[in-house]
Design a binder for this molecule. Sequence first.
Ligand SMILES: [Zn+2]
Length: 134
Amino acid sequence: MTDVFTKKKRSEVMSLIKSRNTKPELFVRSFLHKKGYRFRLHQKNLPGKPDIVLKKYKTIINVNGCFWHHHQCGKYKLPKTNKKFWLSKLTNNRKRDLINNKKLKKLGWKVYNNWECRLTMKHLDNLLKKLSVI
Ligand SMILES: [Zn+2]
């Protein structure tokens, strides 16, 4: 089956699926901010430049887009062209996530990974409960 987009158009479309400062990430950030939490973003000196860093709680909150982090939830389909390329790219992203999580835990950080497709207010409330018992 051929792609509905040309190669050039497809790469434009794909570039619109951002990996940083995504909507779900902004949602979590504004939620935490309203609750009075202060945090740093994409801290470069930590493995994987985690999305949200709550230093006071030694806690990392990642908001994983289902596409880029290769979630097996069926929310995204692989692009029809360059399927092999995308599959290996996204699989590598996922592997890198897992390695970075391990590294962060070794450094003493608590890591909470949140999938874009499971992001609800209830989910975030539960996350805050975990923070408050630290
Ligand atoms: Zn998902």
